[in-house]
Design a protein around this ligand. Structure first.
Ligand code: GLC
Length: 429
């Protein structure tokens, strides 16, 4: 169920933690795509120690990054649970030197730090023969014989086994939602391999709410979730409804020492600004090493983002969507009382910054990070006909922020617009 905390949240941290951090391979996909055998993939269990795993220290870092919520993998498509489940031996307690319940410690630490706590759970399980006992709706049995890493897909569809598999997921989810502290959000993945009918989505949603009526559900439930999850490619337009954009810092969700294709702090901050000015939020991924520590390059991006957010807090939280790109060529947000506009600049203006169609007179313009005041003037306003003209903010002397500069535009009252055809529009967002 959508919750107010999620509507207001602007930054979440995604954590892909698992045995795939041991061998420099991608999470689950590496064996699914045949880049490594299933057997060798699972051998990584032997090297997964979590020896320096300290979720309380993560929580401190995530708070410094400016996050309001966190989502960690409890089980990826490989089926290896990071928690002590009695429904499968394929878990880090039984199969790895880590030997303990990592989800328990995670939930406790995030709850204690006051961060909303989310759990990623893969609906699909590429280790479980019961999962493969039923084919995707519409798929032919012959296609499923191409299954490269296991055997049972060759038989007839077995609905009894499929029912058992659904029961298995439900049991593990009950463990996750009742054995630990509060789980505020469930982040499902992998719905695409089976239809909503096969997953029994309406009943599944009801079941989850019976465990916690307030849990927020992501959209990867074949349309039965609460919010959209565009991934990697940043949306050009804000999708309808609530949404969250998830991205990696380099090219990998989990830790891969060979992946050095890191985005800069400036790029991540720009992506964050794009998300919030389009009315959404960012779920920024980190991939911890097998021992539970973070690559210092990932940590640095988090700290840079946090310090930028700290300097620009009021433009970020709690704010709503700002102007259209026709009014201002950049991103913008609007304060909750709709009396302050925040304009996001990613370059140093040559001369001025211009804003069109805002009818409410401007009181003052300052650079948010420094307080530097900027002069402004208007051209083309016709007060008798309600045409506001163009607002020019003089920016020749503007001291820009190294990552992104926000201009705080204080208005004489609540914002109203005149978009050029004589009509006056108020912001109802
Ligand atoms: C994709 C991938 C998965 C990753 C997820 C994160 O769905 O299957 O590996 O966990 O994206 O959004």
């Amino acid at each position: 169920m959508m919750q107010e905390w999620f509507r207001k949240a602007r930054l979440g941290i995604f954590i892909h933690y698992g045995i795939y951090a041991v061998g420099d391979v991608s999470e689950s996909w590496s064996f699914h795509n045949g880049n490594i055998s299933y057997e060798n993939y699972m051998k990584q269990c032997g090297g997964f120690t979590a020896s320096r795993y300290d979720p309380a220290a993560w929580a401190e870092l995530f708070k410094k990054a400016g996050a309001q919520y966190v989502v960690m993998t409890s089980k990826h498509h490989d089926g290896v649970a990071l928690f002590d489940t009695k429904y499968s031996d394929l878990n880090v307690v039984k199969k790895t030197p880590a030997g303990r319940d990592l989800v328990k410690e995670y939930v406790e630490a995030m709850n204690a730090a006051g961060l909303k706590t989310g759990i990623y759970f893969s609906l699909i399980d590429w280790s479980d023969p019961r999962y493969r006992s039923i084919y995707p709706e519409g798929a032919k049995r012959e296609d499923c014989l191409k299954d490269i890493y296991g055997s049972p897909a060759g038989g007839e569809e077995d609905y009894g086994k499929w029912e058992e598999f659904l029961e298995f997921n439900n049991n593990q989810l009950r463990e996750l939602m009742t054995n630990y502290g509060t789980v505020d959000l469930l982040w499902f993945d992998g719905d695409w391999e089976r239809s909503a009918a096969q997953w029994k989505m309406p009943q599944f949603r009801e079941y989850l709410h019976s465990l916690n009526p307030n849990v927020v559900l992501n959209s990867r439930m074949q349309g039965y979730g609460d919010y959209g999850t565009p991934e990697q490619g940043i949306p050009l337009y804000g999708p309808e409804g609530e949404w969250e954009f998830c991205t990696t810092i380099n090219d990998s969700w989990g830790y891969r020492p060979s992946d050095n294709d890191y985005k800069t702090s400036g790029q991540i901050i720009r992506m964050f600004c794009d998300c919030i000015t389009l009315g959404g939020r960012l779920l920024l991924d980190v991939g911890p090493k097998e021992d539970g520590t973070l690559d210092e390059r990932q940590e640095k991006v988090l700290l840079d983002l946090g310090s930028w957010i700290h300097d620009h807090e009021e433009a970020v939280y709690p704010t709503g969507k700002g102007l259209s790109y026709h009014q201002f060529l950049g991103g913008s947000t609007l304060s909750a009382d709709q009396q302050v506009l925040y304009l996001f600049l990613y370059d140093k203006p040559l001369e001025s910054v211009c804003v069109k169609g805002v009818k409410t007179p401007v009181k003052r313009v300052t650079a948010l990070h420094s307080g530097q005041e900027l002069h402004f003037s208007y051209t083309g306003s016709l007060p008798w006909s309600g045409i506001p003209g163009t607002l020019w903010i003089w920016a020749q002397d503007l001291q820009t922020h190294p990552f992104a500069t926000v201009l705080k535009v204080e208005l004489e009252g609540k914002i109203t617009y005149n978009l050029g055809h004589g009509e006056v529009v108020t912001n109802n967002d």
